[in-house]
Design a protein around this ligand. Structure first.
Ligand code: RIB
Length: 257
C-alpha cells in the first residue's frame, strides 16, 4: 500500500534557455534546449519518493514517447503506476518553458491526456487512497478529480495536501477539503482573495479561517513559513544555493513536506 497518493499531472518539459522574457511578436535565439520530466504532480511525487515514502500516482498520459518517458521515470523512482491510464490517440502533457539568465522562468502547459483525468479514474483507486496517509494534488489536474480524491480521503481520515499552483480561484468545496496548503506568496494571496500587496500573515489567517489545518508558504529566498490555527508562526530560513533555475522548486517542497 502507498503512504502517499498523488493525483498527478505529467508533462514533458521542453526547456529553452533565453536571456530574458520574450516580447510579444519577438523571435529570440535560445542558448540551449532540453527535454526532461515535469508536471507539478510528477515532480512532487518524485521528491516524496526520494524522502523514502511509498508513492502511488493517479494520472492520465498518452500512449506516446512522452508517456513512455513518464512510465520509465516512475518505475526508476519506485512509484506505483497501477492507477495510471495510458490513453491511445491523446498526446501526453507538455510544458513549454523559458528559463532566463536570472534563473526565473515562464511556463505554458498543454495538459493533453491529463485534462481527461476525472472522478471515475479516482474512484477506481479508492482502496489505495483510503489506505494512504496523505493524498496530494496540485491545480494542474482537473478540480473534479481532486475533489473526488479529497472526499474519499476525508471520509477515511487521510490527510489532504493541495499545492494551489498554478494560481486560480478554487471552489469553496475544494478549499474546505484541503488540510494542508503549500502556496507561494502570490498563490496564497489569490486563494485568500486579497490584493497583491496584502501581508502574507493576513492571507494565511484567511485560509486558516476557512478550515485549513496548516498553510506552509514558500517565500523564495526568504525560506518558508508555517501557519497553523492558534499556534505561533514557524519561519524557516532558506538553504543557500546558487540558482540554476527554479522549475519545480515549489513542487519539490510539496513532495518533501
Ligand atoms: O512547477 C514546475 C512544473 O510546472 C514543470 O515541470 C512544468 O511541467 C509545469 O507543470
Amino acid at each position: 500500500m502507498a503512504d502517499v497518493v498523488c493525483i498527478a499531472s505529467w508533462n514533458a518539459d521542453l526547456v529553452s534557455r533565453v536571456p530574458r522574457p520574450l516580447a510579444r511578436g519577438e523571435t529570440l535565439m535560445a542558448q540551449s534546449f532540453t527535454i526532461g520530466p515535469g508536471g507539478k504532480g510528477s515532480n512532487a511525487s518524485i521528491a516524496c519518493a526520494r524522502q523514502g515514502a511509498q508513492v502511488a500516482v493517479v494520472a492520465r498520459i498518452g500512449a506516446d514517447d512522452f508517456g513512455r518517458m513518464a512510465l520509465a521515470l516512475w518505475a526508476k523512482e519506485g512509484i506505483d503506476t497501477t492507477a495510471v491510464a495510458v490513453v491511445d490517440g491523446e498526446p501526453s502533457g507538455v510544458a513549454q518553458i523559458w528559463v532566463y539568465d536570472d534563473g526565473d522562468n515562464s511556463i505554458a502547459v498543454a495538459p493533453g491526456a491529463g485534462a481527461g483525468l476525472g472522478p471515475a479514474q479516482v474512484a477506481a483507486a479508492a482502496a489505495t487512497i483510503r489506505g494512504a496517509r496523505v493524498v496530494m494534488a496540485s491545480c494542474e489536474v482537473p478540480e473534479s478529480a481532486t475533489i473526488a480524491a479529497f472526499r474519499l480521503a476525508r471520509e477515511a481520515g487521510v490527510t489532504t495536501l493541495l499545492n494551489p499552483a498554478p494560481a486560480r480561484p478554487l471552489p469553496p468545496e475544494l478549499v474546505a477539503l484541503a488540510d494542508v496548503f503549500t502556496p507561494n506568496e502570490t498563490e496564497l494571496r489569490a486563494l485568500a482573495g486579497l490584493p497583491d500587496d496584502a501581508p502574507i500573515d493576513a492571507a494565511a489567517a484567511a485560509l486558516l479561517a476557512r478550515g485549513a489545518k496548516a498553510v506552509a508558504v514558500t517565500l523564495g529566498a526568504q525560506g518558508c513559513a508555517l501557519y497553523r490555527p492558534g499556534q505561533p508562526v514557524v519561519a524557516l530560513p532558506r538553504h543557500r544555493v546558487s540558482v540554476a533555475d527554479t522549475i519545480g522548486a515549489g513542487d519539490t517542497f510539496t513532495g518533501a513536506l
